[in-house]
Design a protein around this ligand. Structure first.
Ligand code: DX5
Ligand code: ZN
Length: 216
């Protein structure tokens, strides 16, 4: 499988969201990455259901919804109804991760688990065969435009080994500080999906930047 690109709309122009959605539709990107923040799990608040529902109406590619919220079980059904294709929850927010992952799948969505930079890959050992994707945070979640944490590279390799040795079909997604310089190294280490916010939306030519990320 060739790798996937998921532009993060957190860095889009919220006054002209339609324009940026059209750009992603017309681009070589594969998914829309949507960052939902609650101001509790992370020190920032982003957007919720009304915005996601509108994005879903315009987007012609799957919605990859990254939940940075406490107790995500409360809202899984609403995110699925709002148009989510993939719902990812943070390991750090789920006391009963197995139940949460299966609740997502029972709703008919793909299930992802997210690890913060300090959370070890090894903790996924007993759940890796139940998930469709693991998202490795390569910054501390909460904001776009932060600096990539280099320690993510060995974590990708370790996760790849865990996936292969358990015959899991989980994809590896990397989120935070992804740019044209580190993207080839992330892919070589085993990443399947690259999220890019600032790199795409602050580029003078976002379409070309997405094309470059997709064609490494
Ligand atoms: C951070 C979010 C990211 C963010 C990435 O908490 O999860 O998806 O939008 O932005 P960049 O690519 O600018 O680091
Ligand atoms: Zn994200």
């Amino acid at each position: 499988m060739t790798h996937l690109i998921a532009p993060s709309l957190l860095s889009a122009d919220f006054l002209n969201l339609e324009k940026d959605i059209d750009m992603v539709n017309a681009s070589e990107a594969d998914w829309f990455h949507l960052d939902v923040m609650d101001g509790m799990f992370v020190p920032n608040i982003s957007f919720g259901f009304p915005v996601i529902e509108k994005i879903a109406k315009k987007a012609r590619k799957p919605l990859d919804v990254h939940l940075m919220i406490m107790d995500p079980d409360r809202y899984l059904e609403r995110f699925k109804k709002a148009g989510a294709y993939l719902i990812s929850v943070h390991y750090e927010t789920c006391s009963h991760l197995h139940r949460t992952v299966h609740a997502i799948r029972d709703l008919g969505a793909k299930a992802g688990v997210v690890l913060n930079p300090h959370t070890p890959v090894l903790l996924l050992q007993e759940i890796i065969q139940d998930v469709d994707l693991v998202l490795l945070m390569s910054v501390n979640p909460g904001f776009g435009g932060q600096k990539f944490i280099g320690h993510t590279l060995p974590k990708i390799e370790e996760l790849k080994t865990l996936i292969t040795s358990t015959k899991s079909s989980a994809l590896i997604e990397v989120d935070g500080g992804v740019d044209l310089e580190n993207a080839p190294r992330l892919l070589k280490a085993g990443a399947d999906v690259l999220v890019a916010g600032n790199t795409v939306f602050s580029s003078p030519d976002p379409l070309e930047t997405i094309r470059l990320l997709k064609n490494f």
